[in-house]
Design a protein around this ligand. Structure first.
Ligand code: ATR
Length: 290
């Protein structure tokens, strides 16, 4: 009996630990997504959500990695702190000045990466078949979310990129900063009148408070598409605006969320999950909850 029990104990597998940190975090879909990825790919891991304020960030992250945690996702309001915290950052994280994925490397270094931009591009191009090459793109907002997507969008050779923001200086400064990547300009919302865009990306945080930037009519080109980086169980105000103003598609950021998670999962586990299956499941779940 004692021998058998001993054998059983020896077979208990220690699972690698991962988590997402942010505030608020209780509605995060990341634990569900990573658990689905793990089940699908046969990876043994745990992934939990932890409410962490900016003030608690350094203490919590240091403790997590000291206790053999393997990787963290960081979300609002922690991405810039995570970028500053990492021992090393990837080039795309440094361009974003924000990190959503921290990884404990074998030599003990904490490496920061940002998978948001490639998650967006994968959702647009692979999941929705949207052509970015040669397109006229408008980004609404000039905060952290916008900064993270500019370089990955330019990699797809759009014709032009305009950044419009409530605080005009921030849009102009961001455009100047990325000026060496391609044709990019910054302006306020009023300056958008009489212009047309093939793709309009809402990267403001307005949707989070159920608001909409003040957008002039006629912004959406024929066959134009709207995409909100935010998502919710109900269509966001910007998704509704797109539909009401003639977009052929008006999408929210659920697919981007799954794609950025898949890229983090690949960094941590070296395996690419099937994102399509997870997006379909999450979409079905939110349709059922409405
Ligand atoms: P994030 O990291 O999510 O990008 P952020 O860096 O605080 O957050 O940036 C929020 C962005 O949303 C900013 O561009 C902000 O505009 P300002 O720079 O003028 O503050 C924009 N934003 C937030 N609420 C908005 C609203 N109601 N209408 C228009 N823009 C809004």
């Amino acid at each position: 009996m004692g021998f058998l029990q001993g054998k059983k104990d020896a077979m208990i597998t220690i699972k690698d630990r991962y988590a997402v940190l942010g505030q608020p975090i209780q509605h995060s879909k990341s634990p569900r997504i990573h658990q689905l990825f793990a089940a699908q790919t046969g990876q043994l891991l745990t992934y939990e959500a932890r409410e962490v304020s900016a003030e608690q960030f350094i203490t919590m992250v240091t403790a997590f990695f000291m206790e053999e945690g393997r990787g963290l996702n960081c979300t609002v309001p922690l991405k810039e702190l995570a970028w500053r915290y990492a021992d090393e950052n990837t080039e795309r994280a440094n361009l974003s000045k924000a990190v959503n994925t921290l990884t404990l490397r074998e030599d003990g270094a904490i490496v920061g990466d940002n998978t948001d931009g490639c998650g967006l591009v994968a959702d647009l191009m692979v999941n929705h078949g949207i052509k970015l090459a040669g397109s006229r793109i408008l980004i609404l907002g000039a905060g952290g979310a916008s900064r993270g997507i500019i370089a990955p969008l330019f990699e797809q050779a759009p014709q032009s990129l305009v950044i419009a923001n409530r605080t005009i200086d921030k849009a102009v400064n961001l455009a100047t900063e990325f000026g060496d990547k391609g044709n990019v300009t910054g302006c306020g919302f009023a300056a958008l009148a009489h212009q047309h865009y093939d793709l309009i990306l809402n990267a403001t945080s307005a949707s989070l408070s159920d608001q909409l930037p003040p957008l002039p009519d006629g912004l959406i080109a024929e066959q134009g598409i709207c995409y909100d980086l935010a998502y919710g169980n109900q269509p966001t105000p910007f998704v509704r605006w797109g539909l009401a103003h003639g977009a052929v598609k008006s999408l929210d950021g659920l697919g981007m969320l799954v794609e950025q998670a898949a890229e983090a999962f690949f960094i941590w586990r070296g395996v690419r999950p099937d994102t399509q299956a997870v997006i379909e499941l999450l979409n079905a779940e939110r349709s059922a909850s409405c």
